[in-house]
Design a protein around this ligand. Structure first.
Ligand code: FE2
Ligand code: FE2
Length: 118
């Protein structure tokens, strides 16, 4: 567990995080083809949009700094994907980097979404 190690307290968001962890776990377990990395990264970028939609659905404004961080990470993940496709980046290194970025993101940003809901 990485992204879902810290619970946000909003079911739809925690479920997304848990699904992303499952994908990463599968990736590291070597039970799926390494080409799956692209799907993981696409799912992550979709998750950022979904997270913003869930908060909007609760009638709340999504924090601007958090939205900017989603854009920054999406761009970074796209660059990593391009580097991996060009054989300039090892898939496992990319997945490790994604894992640590998500660990930071959930404690620095996502957790605040739950705290400000009560
Ligand atoms: Fe998230
Ligand atoms: Fe987020």
């Amino acid at each position: 567990m990485w992204y879902s190690a810290t619970k946000v307290g909003i079911t739809e968001i925690d479920m997304d995080h848990s699904n992303i962890d499952t994908m990463l776990q599968l990736y590291f377990s070597d039970r799926i083809p390494k080409t799956y990395l692209e799907q993981i990264i696409r799912s992550l970028i979709r998750h950022f949009d979904h997270e913003e939609e869930v908060i909007a659905g609760l009638g709340r404004e999504f924090p601007a700094d958090h939205k900017l961080e989603h854009a920054r990470l999406s761009q970074l993940f796209e660059e990593m994907l391009a580097a991996w496709k060009a054989n300039e980046l090892n898939g496992n290194d990319a997945a490790e980097e994604v894992r640590s970025l998500l660990l930071l993101h959930v404690v620095e940003f996502d957790v605040q979404l739950g705290q400000s809901s009560g």
